[in-house]
Design a protein around this ligand. Structure first.
Ligand code: AMP
Ligand code: FE
Ligand code: FE
Ligand code: ZN
Length: 277
């Protein structure tokens, strides 16, 4: 069993990289990929620990991208060679734009009467403070009663506190990942659309930009969904990938390696194919 979609506390997970490696070993996983949002910081920290413990750790990340004004997540895998220095520079640039958004978001929430300071959010989110940390703070301060309510009331794209961020376009992000030596992979397609025709049209378009993989297995996918995505993978010549989307205590129902109530079991052959393509 392997898990190619995990988050550490370097992005919006709650598990420190070293703990994640330990948990993966305890769970008997053969390999994991760390796919933090927009950063390799968690992977970099975990790599020597994984090497020492004999766990196969794959370098990855998850990028939030824009496509026709919608947000689509793109996974990038670097299973053979590390990402280029140019790509890491580009990530730093993106982090600056996120920080700028956070500054404006804090102002916006203040104008709505909420006492939320950028420094408080950054203390929670460290290198990659984002909306999940705003949500956490709103809960802590008692402005909302749950994490989800924070999004519904204030932080969701359709909510009153939302401010826009300068995100990469999906096609450009695919090209960046490919140029950096990575495998651009569409994340959790179930969250993109439930309409098969729309998904096919999207895959046709972005395959031409260099899309190379599709996340067939995911905690949000039913067995039927995964079967359908496996067929699409074959049809479009995309590499199948899969993982739990583990976020630690932030999403406690999602377990490392096994997903929600054991609905995940990603075969090791998936990783072998990523390495041998
Ligand atoms: P950011 O990149 O800072 O804009 O935050 C994006 C993250 O916020 C996503 O990866 C999700 O974890 C979370 N998120 C975004 N929209 C929602 C929502 N409507 N409900 C719950 N979590 C959300
Ligand atoms: Fe996340
Ligand atoms: Fe995602
Ligand atoms: Zn994820």
């Amino acid at each position: 069993m392997i898990d190619l979609h995990t988050h550490t506390n370097a992005s919006d997970g709650t598990t420190p990289p070293s703990d994640l490696i330990e948990q993966a070993l305890t769970a008997g996983l053969e390999a994991i990929a760390i796919t933090d949002h927009d950063t390799f910081a968690g992977y970099d920290e975990a790599l020597p620990i994984a090497a020492g413990a004999g766990l196969d750790l794959v370098c990855g990340l998850e990028l939030s991208t824009k496509y026709n004004k919608r947000s689509i997540h793109l996974l990038g895998y670097f299973p053979v060679q590390p990402p280029t220095a140019e790509f890491r520079d580009w990530l730093r640039f993106n982090q600056e734009s996120r920080r700028d958004r956070n500054r404006r978001l804090a102002q916006r929430l203040q104008s709505l009467g909420l006492d939320v300071k950028l420094e408080e959010v950054e203390r929670l989110g460290r290198t990659l403070a984002g909306r999940p940390h705003f949500a956490q703070l709103l809960v802590q301060k008692g402005y909302v009663s749950s994490y989800q309510e924070a999004f519904d009331e204030y932080l969701d794209e359709a909510a009153k506190g939302y401010v826009d961020r300068d995100e990469a376009q999906l096609g450009d992000a695919i090209e960046r990942v490919a140029a950096a030596g990575g495998i651009p992979t569409i994340a959790h397609p179930i969250r993109v659309t439930r309409d098969a025709t729309t998904l096919r049209a999207l895959l046709t378009e972005i395959k031409s930009r260099g899309l190379a993989g599709i996340e067939v297995f995911h905690s949000d996918h039913t067995p039927e969904d995964s079967a359908e995505y496996a067929i699409l993978a074959r049809e479009f010549g995309l590499l199948p990938t899969g993982g739990s989307d583990f976020h630690g205590d932030r999403k406690p129902s999602v377990r490392l390696g096994t997903g929600v109530n054991g609905n995940l079991n990603v075969p090791k052959a998936v990783l072998d194919r990523l390495r041998n393509q």
